[in-house]
Write a protein that binds this ligand. Structure first.
Ligand code: ADP
Ligand code: MG
Length: 238
């Protein structure tokens, strides 16, 4: 059974149709990367999966259970944003503890999970710092660690590297790949960067104008792009 099923997902804002029916099955432990030009609906789709916005039509299943009406905190899904979205007045520890406490975990459990996440993301030395006292790469590692503390079954990452400079970008990219190898789980990662997609993905989903153009392994898309749009986007010679 698929970990996650998207069936006919549509999203309409007032009179604008942004997603026109997204169908996809995503496996346990799979690393799926959504690529596509700015405005094609990638962030919107992640927000629907996270429960931050209601689905207009269609259904979304996690482990076979329909999730449309389940509130974000009960979905077992954590999201990492491009802008980090850390609380500026809280130190790193408090940032990581906040969501975990909302889940109703005991103090000891929260502490243990933070220690583990801090170790995995190499943040042990920074727990008492405020976000403004960290580099961009460290802030994004805090945002990832904060998601990890919730032990989600599914991680959503929305362009997590795009605010970082080139050197940090490859560091954090490797960190994310390593994290996935260590904890497993399902990763859904959005980017408009072909290199990130080709290096991280088990499967790539190419989107355009609210529709899926093609789904396949990096190699399949490179070698047999379904159309000129995919070929151009992936940078394949065809
Ligand atoms: P991407 O992440 O692929 O760049 P988005 O999902 O952010 O694209 O946006 C897809 C389209 O939906 C864009 O045309 C955007 O303007 C529109 N859109 C996104 N959020 C809203 C909103 N809250 N209200 C109205 N239109 C929106
Ligand atoms: Mg976006």
């Amino acid at each position: 059974m698929a970990r996650l099923s998207l069936r006919g997902i549509k999203k309409r804002f007032r009179t604008t149709d942004v997603l026109h029916g997204i169908d996809l099955e995503i496996g346990d432990r799979e690393f799926v990367v959504f690529v596509g030009p700015s405005g094609c609906g990638k962030s919107t789709l992640l927000r629907l999966i996270a429960g931050l916005d209601p689905i207009s039509e269609g259904s979304f299943f996690l482990n076979g259970q329909q999730m449309n009406e389940v509130p974000p905190s009960r979905r077992g899904i954590a999201m990492v944003f491009q802008s980090y979205a850390l609380y500026p007045h809280m130190d790193v520890y408090e940032n990581m503890a906040f969501g975990a406490r909302l889940m109703g975990l005991s103090r000891a459990e929260v502490e243990a999970r933070i220690a583990e996440a801090a170790r995995m993301l190499r943040l042990e030395e920074y727990l008492k710092r405020k976000p403004r006292e960290l580099s961009g790469g460290q802030r994004q590692r805090v945002a990832i660690a904060r998601a990890l503390v919730r032990k989600p079954e599914v991680f959503l990452l929305d362009e997590p590297l795009s605010n970082l400079d080139a050197a940090l970008r490859s560091d954090v990219r490797l960190e994310i790949a390593r994290l996935h190898r260590q904890i497993g789980g399902t990763m859904i990662y959005v980017t408009h960067d072909q290199v990130e997609a080709m290096t991280l993905a088990d499967r790539i989903v190419v989107m355009n104008l609210g529709r899926i153009e093609q789904v396949g392994t990096p190699r399949e898309l490179y070698e047999t792009p379904a159309n000129t749009f995919v070929a151009t986007f992936i940078g394949s010679p065809k």
